[in-house]
Write a protein that binds this ligand. Structure first.
Ligand code: URA
Ligand code: ZN
Length: 377
């Protein structure tokens, strides 16, 4: 619980707790954790775009695949140090991608219980400072998946669930997901929608792996993945079918604030949709859904993108985040200041004014209200 009238809240901040790290260490396919000769730290290899560099690892001059596993990924003490260094009062932590998307059907439900219990006990050990978005066992049978929602709603510090874009394997416009969305909505659990799969590797061209690092899949693949997933949900009518559903979109909604006008134009000018009667006067526009059912994080690193997000969703629907432990500083001490904090905070201040009501809201006030962080955990 917070009594601070203007707390700083980080709603986009991940952990790979030790239990989850063990699962990845025992795997031979992506996602996995592996040690490489001569490298100090083991490496996390999690993104589909990293498959090629894993195959080439060990060849002369080939770069190490993935990223080093430092204490920032799984140590709670390190999370608190990061929060203290950057004056973050409260963090709403979540398991990082790819969550439990790869876990066998028979093990998914029990794995989710232990991961969620681990998150609950991390939060309980830091009164007033930590809440979490739970993880769902999406590969489990539907009954077990719905029971998992019932289970996490009973965890004191849980304020929603983190979800990727694959759903049950067919994306988030899959009609089979409607009962899941309804259960989440009924229980007041916000979905934190986060990308992982990006776009097919061919899109990045033959030079990407050797020459462009992770820039294209992370800077462009991630946000487009989110944009496409939400556009599909919108076109399938999910937001109308589950009007109480609330979704927080990572990375300021991908490119949704920028492209909403174009999506609208394509809908209104689509002969097929018009003939099917889907463009009638009662239709809620993408703009309305953005203002009524969607929240956006402020992890966009520049006031230009942030202003678009504010215009699209409203200043009362944006929430600050850092994406810790990703994007560590490479040329300064990791225990010191991270640009993920300073760039995103500066973007908020430039867009809304230092010390303004809007800045206070985006930096923490909105999260306290929307995610009920002032309620006794
Ligand atoms: N890279 C990831 O894999 N996940 C994030 O959340 C950010 C960067
Ligand atoms: Zn993230």
């Amino acid at each position: 619980m917070t009594s601070n009238p203007f707390p700083v809240v980080d709603i986009h901040t991940h952990m790979y707790p030790p239990e989850y790290v063990k699962i990845l260490e025992n795997r031979s396919d992506i996602p996995l954790i592996r040690r490489f000769a001569g490298a100090k730290d083991p490496r996390y290899i999690i993104l589909p775009a990293e498959a090629e560099s894993l195959d080439k690892a060990g060849e002369d001059g080939a770069p190490l695949p993935g990223r080093p596993v430092t204490s920032h990924y799984s140590s709670l003490q390190q999370k608190i140090h990061f929060m203290d260094t950057h004056r973050i009062d409260i963090s709403v932590i979540s398991l990082a991608n790819p969550w439990l998307d790869f876990v066998a059907t028979s093990e998914a439900a029990s794995t989710a219980v232990s991961v969620n219990e681990e998150f609950e006990s991390m939060c309980a050990s830091q009164p007033g400072r930590l809440y979490f978005f739970a993880t769902l066992p999406l590969t489990a049978p539907q009954g077990e998946l719905l029971s998992a929602i019932d289970f996490v709603k009973g965890l004191k510090h849980c304020r929603g669930v983190i979800l990727g874009t694959s759903g049950l394997g067919k994306g988030l416009d899959d009609p089979e997901l409607i009962p899941v969305f309804k259960a989440l909505a009924k229980n007041g659990l916000t979905i934190f929608l986060h990308p992982h799969y990006g776009l097919p590797s061919e899109v990045w061209g033959p030079r990407a792996t050797a020459e462009y690092g992770h820039v294209l899949p992370l800077a462009l693949g991630f946000p487009l993945e989110t944009t496409i997933a939400v556009a599909r949900m919108y076109l399938a009518g999910v937001f109308d079918e589950v009007p109480d559903l609330r979704m927080l979109l990572a990375h300021s909604g991908g490119t949704l604030p920028f492209l909403a006008g174009r999506i609208e134009s394509c809908i209104v000018h689509d002969g097929h949709l018009v003939r099917e009667g889907k463009v009638g006067s009662g239709r809620r526009t993408v703009w309305q859904v953005l203002k009524e059912q969607i929240y956006l994080d402020a992890v966009i690193y520049s006031e230009v993108g942030l202003k678009a997000a504010i215009d699209a969703s409203g200043v009362d629907r944006l929430m600050f985040g850092t994406d810790h432990p990703f994007f560590p500083p490479l040329t300064s001490d990791e225990q010191g200041e991270w640009e993920s904090m300073t760039w995103n905070k500066t973007a908020v201040e430039k867009a809304l004014g230092e010390g303004s009501e809007g800045t206070k809201a985006v930096m923490g006030g909105n999260a306290v209200k929307i995610l009920r962080l002032s309620e006794d955990a």
